[in-house]
Design a protein around this ligand. Structure first.
Ligand SMILES: *Cc1c(COP(=O)(O)O)cnc(C)c1O
Length: 374
C-alpha cells in the first residue's frame, strides 16, 4: 500500500517527534552547547587536563544521580554495551554464569557467555517475549546476569539479589536502556552497566559501569589468575584509568560532553527520583491510551512488568503498522519501529527522561488521527 498523503494538524503534533529506543532524543540546545563550550575540547589530547576534567564530570554526575555507595566505582571504556558482554566473560565470570533471558539483549548476553571457551556452559532461565524471567539461586554459578530493561520487548525487571545468593555470587545488570530512567537500589547490583545513547541523550560507542567492591575484587582476582585477557577487555586497567579521568584508549569526547550535559540536567531536576517521575508520567500516558483504545493494547500482559522507558503496543491486524509509521515519519514523528525480529504488529516508543509526557500524549492523539483516516 502506498503511503497516503495525510498531513497531521500542527496542533496535534508533539513538540519533538523523536521516540527512538536508542539512539534517542537529544534535547534542544545540546548540540549548540557542544559548539559553544565543547568546541575547545574537540581536537585536543585526551591525556590533558580539560578532557580528564570532562571524564570526571561524567563520573561525578553518575555518582550523584545514583547516590552511589562510597566504595563503588564508576568505570568507563570503549565499545558500548555489546562489547561489555564480552568483557564480562573475560573479566567478571569466574567459571559459570546464570542468565535470565526475556528478550533479544538478554539472549545476546547469554550467547557471549556460551561462546567463551574458558567458561562452563551458562545456566539460562527463560521467559517468552512479553514475559519476565528472573535469576534464581543456583549453587553452581558465580554470576547472576539479567537485563534491567529489555529494550526488545518493553519488559522491565526488578533489581534484587536472588534469595539465598552468597556474597561470592555477583549480580550483573545490563541496564543500557534502564539506567537513569528506572528506579535503582545501587547496592543490589555488583555490576550495573549501560551506554550513553539511551537515557543519557548522547551518542553510542562507550560503556559505563557502576562496580561494587566485590566486583572490583573479582576483576582483580581473575586478572591475577593467568587467564588471557585482550587489552580491549582489561577491566582492571579501565578501573585504574577511570580513577585518573582516563580511558584505556581514546574515547569519543563529544559523546562524553553530551552525556555530562544531560547528567547536569538530570541532577538539577530531581536526580533519579525526578527522572523516574518523568518516565512514569510518559508510561502512564502511553499505556492508559493503549488500554482504552479499540485497536491498540499493551504488548506486555502484566502491568507491573510494563517498562517506564520503552513502551510496546500491539495494533489490531487490520492496521498496517508500516503504513501508519510511514505517515507518522512524513509528519516528523520518527523511530517507532518494533525491535527487529519481534514478529507482532507492534509500535515501540522510547520514553527516556528527555522525552516529555505531553509529547507521548500528543503521539497517541496523532496515531488516533491517522488510524481514523487509513
Ligand atoms: C541498546 C542496548 C544494548 C546495546 O548497546 P550498544 O551500546 O549498542 O552495544 C544492549 N543492551 C540493551 C538492554 C540495550 O537496550
Amino acid at each position: 500500500m502506498p503511503t497516503p498523503n495525510l498531513q497531521i494538524p500542527a496542533d496535534l503534533l508533539p513538540a519533538d517527534g523523536r521516540f527512538g529506543s536508542g539512539p534517542s532524543k537529544v534535547p534542544a540546545g545540546r548540540l549548540e552547547s557542544l559548539a559553544a563550550t565543547g568546541a575547545s575540547l574537540m581536537g585536543t589530547s585526551h591525556r590533558q587536563q580539560p578532557v580528564k576534567d570532562l571524564v570526571q564530570r561524567v563520573r561525578t554526575g553518575l555518582r550523584e544521580l545514583f547516590s552511589l555507595p562510597g566504595d563503588y566505582e564508576v568505570v568507563l571504556g570503549n565499545g558500548g554495551s555489546v562489547a561489555f558482554f564480552d568483557l564480562l566473560t573475560y573479566a567478571i565470570v569466574r567459571e559459570r554464569s546464570q542468565h535470565a533471558v526475556f528478550g533479544e539483549f538478554g539472549r545476546k548476553f547469554a550467547a557471549a557467555s556460551s561462546a567463551a571457551p574458558w567458561l562452563a556452559e551458562p545456566a539460562v532461565v527463560e521467559a517468552a517475549p512479553g514475559g519476565l524471567a528472573l535469576p534464581a539461586y543456583d549453587a553452581g554459578v558465580d554470576v547472576y546476569a539479567w537485563t534491567h530493561n529489555e529494550t526488545s520487548t518493553g519488559v522491565m525487571a526488578p533489581v534484587e539479589r536472588p534469595k539465598g545468593a552468597t556474597a561470592d555470587q555477583l549480580t550483573v545488570l545490563d541496564a543500557t536502556s534502564a539506567a537513569g530512567g528506572l528506579p535503582l537500589d545501587p547496592a543490589a547490583a555488583d555490576v550495573y552497566f549501560f551506554a550513553p545513547q539511551k537515557s543519557f541523550a548522547s551518542d553510542g560507542g562507550l560503556w559505563l559501569a557502576l562496580l561494587s567492591p566485590a566486583a572490583i575484587a573479582r576483576a582483580e582476582e581473575i586478572a591475577a589468575s593467568g587467564r588471557h585477557i585482550p587489552a580491549f577487555f582489561d577491566l582492571v586497567g579501565a578501573i585504574k584509568q577511570s580513577h585518573a579521568g582516563q580511558t584505556v584508549n581514546t574515547p569519543a569526547v563529544a559523546t562524553l560532553f553530551l552525556m555530562a550535559e544531560q547528567l547536569d540536567w538530570m541532577n538539577a531536576n530531581g536526580g533519579l527520583a525526578g527522572m523516574v517521575e518523568r518516565t512514569t508520567a510518559s508510561a502512564e500516558a502511553l499505556y492508559t491510551w493503549a488500554e482504552k483504545s479499540s485497536y491498540a493494547a499493551p504488548f506486555v500482559p502484566e502491568p507491573a512488568h510494563r517498562s517506564l522507558v520503552v513502551g510496546t503496543v500491539d495494533l489490531d491486524p487490520s492496521i498496517d503498522k508500516d503504513v501508519l509509521r510511514a505517515v507518522l515519519v512524513a509528519n516528523g514523528v520518527v523511530d517507532l519501529d518494533a525491535y527487529r525480529g519481534i514478529g507482532t504488529n507492534q509500535l515501540r516508543v522510547g520514553m527516556y527522561p528527555a522525552v516529555d509526557a505531553a509529547d507521548v500524549a500528543a503521539l497517541t492523539a496523532c496515531i488516533d488521527w491517522v488510524v481514523e483516516r487509513l
